[in-house]
Design a binder for this molecule. Structure first.
Ligand code: ZN
Ligand code: ZN
Length: 386
C-alpha cells in the first residue's frame, strides 16, 4: 500500500510539473561591453489584486528563462484583506526566498495606482513598500475607492517617498483603462513636475504584450527609459503559449540588482514582444549586429561573377529584413528576407556586365523599431571583399 502511494504521488507530481510547462531557453546575445538580461518589472500576486502566490511568479520566471523580475503590488488595494494581512513587502520576501540560489534576481517594487492623473506608476529598487503614503484612498479593501477631494500633495506624497528611497519610477500603461482614456493629455503637468524633480525615469511602452505608440512617443520626447512588462495578475502561460513572454532586455555591466538599476537609469533597454523589438538606435543596432552574422565570397557560377552572402541568425529573435544593393539581389523581391530564429540563408548579388564590387549591403530591419515611425537601418560590411 505504501509503495502504491509513493508511485501514485510520483505520477501526480509529474503530471503537475508538466502542466506547469517546461523550461524554454530564449537565446538573446550579449552586446559589446554589456551582458543582456531578460527582465519583467511589473507583476502582481495575491498580496494585492493578483491571483497567484509569490513563489509562482518565481517558478514561471525560471520556466520562461528570465534573469530578473520585480514584484509590484498595488500599494492601495488589498484583494484578500480577510485572509492576508496588509504587508506590501511580504510578496517580495517570499519570492526572494524562493529565488535564492536559482540564478534569478527579484527586485522589490510597488505600484502607485491612483485612478486620476498621474495614474499608475511603478517604483522599483526600493527599501520599504509599506511606508508609501496612501492618503488619497478612502477604502482599499477588495475595492478601490478614492477620497472625494484629493489634494495634489496627497498624490505627490508617494512619489516623494519613492525619491527618498532612491527608487526608479516609471509611468505604467498610459491610456490603458477607462479612467485614463478620458484624458487627451496623458503627459500632464504632474508628470512634468515628476520629470523636473528627477523622479520620473521610465515609461512602459509595452504592457501585457500590447505595444503603446503614445508611450513610445512619450519615451522619445521626454528621454525616458523604455520598459516592456507583463503586468500579470494570473497564470501568464496561456496568454503567451504560442509566442514567448514579453520582456525588457537590460544591457548590464554586471549581473546584480545594482547593475540592472544602473542600466535602467542609463536607458540601456530593448523591448522584445511577439516578433518585435523596440529600442533606441544604439541598442537596436548592437543587438542586431550581435545576433546576425554575415559572410561574403566572390564566386564564379558558370562564368557568371556573383557575390554569395551568407546571413546567419544566431539568436531566437526572428528578423524581417529588407536588403538594398546597387546590384541585383537574386530571387528576393524588393530584397525582402525573412530570417527565422537560428536560421541561415544565402543571398546572391549579381551584376549584369561586370563583377560586383559591393563591400556593403544596406539593410532595414523591419521588425526592429527605433522610433514609432522608423525601423532600424544599418548595413552589413563584407570585410574580406575589400
Ligand atoms: Zn496599473
Ligand atoms: Zn499593475
Amino acid at each position: 500500500m505504501k509503495k502504491y502511494i509513493i508511485i501514485l504521488s510520483m505520477v501526480l507530481y509529474g503530471t503537475v510539473d508538466n502542466t506547469f510547462g517546461q523550461h524554454r531557453e530564449i537565446i538573446v546575445p550579449d552586446i559589446p561591453g554589456y551582458q543582456t538580461l531578460k527582465g519583467d518589472f511589473h507583476m502582481h500576486t495575491v498580496f494585492s489584486d493578483g491571483h497567484v502566490w509569490p513563489t509562482f511568479r518565481v517558478k514561471e520566471a525560471l520556466r520562461d528563462d528570465m534573469d530578473v523580475i520585480a514584484i509590484t503590488e498595488h500599494m492601495d488595494y488589498e484583494g484578500f484583506p480577510d485572509e492576508i494581512e496588509r504587508d506590501y513587502n511580504k510578496s517580495y520576501e517570499i519570492a526572494a526566498a524562493a529565488a535564492k540560489d536559482k540564478g534569478i534576481m527579484v527586485i522589490k517594487g510597488v505600484e502607485i495606482s491612483p485612478r486620476v492623473p498621474p495614474y499608475h506608476h511603478n517604483a522599483i529598487f526600493l527599501d520599504d513598500a509599506n511606508s508609501f503614503p496612501i492618503d488619497y484612498m478612502e477604502n482599499t479593501h477588495k475595492k478601490f475607492v478614492m477620497k472625494d477631494s484629493i489634494s495634489r500633495e496627497a498624490l505627490m506624497a508617494p512619489f516623494l517617498e519613492a525619491q527618498r528611497q532612491g527608487a526608479f519610477v516609471s509611468y505604467n500603461h498610459p491610456s490603458y483603462s477607462w479612467w485614463d482614456r478620458k484624458d487627451t493629455v496623458l503627459f500632464t503637468d504632474f508628470h512634468q513636475e515628476l520629470l523636473e524633480k528627477g523622479i520620473l525615469g521610465g515609461v512602459e511602452v509595452v504592457n501585457s504584450g500590447r505595444y503603446n505608440i503614445i508611450a513610445h512617443r512619450m519615451a522619445m520626447k521626454y528621454n525616458l527609459t523604455m520598459l516592456c512588462n507583463t503586468d500579470e495578475h494570473y497564470d501568464m502561460y496561456p496568454r503567451y503559449a504560442d509566442s514567448h513572454r514579453p520582456m525588457t532586455l537590460v544591457f548590464v555591466e554586471e549581473k546584480t540588482p545594482e547593475g540592472v538599476e544602473e542600466a535602467m537609469r542609463a536607458k540601456r533597454t530593448a523591448l522584445y514582444f511577439g516578433d518585435y523589438v523596440v529600442a533606441r538606435k544604439s541598442e537596436a543596432e548592437a543587438l542586431f549586429k550581435a545576433a546576425v552574422q554575415v559572410d561574403a565570397a566572390r564566386k564564379d557560377r558558370n562564368d557568371e561573377p556573383i557575390i554569395v552572402v551568407t546571413v546567419k541568425n544566431t539568436s531566437d529573435i526572428p528578423f524581417r529584413l529588407q536588403l538594398k544593393s546597387r546590384y541585383d539581389i537574386e530571387s528576393l523581391p524588393m530584397g525582402q528576407l525573412q530570417l527565422g530564429a537560428q536560421e541561415e540563408k544565402e543571398v546572391v548579388l549579381k551584376a549584369v556586365w561586370k563583377t560586383p564590387q559591393e563591400t556593403t549591403l544596406a539593410v532595414t530591419v523591419e521588425n526592429m523599431l527605433v522610433t514609432p515611425d522608423e525601423a532600424l537601418e544599418t548595413q552589413f560590411r563584407f570585410s574580406e571583399l575589400e
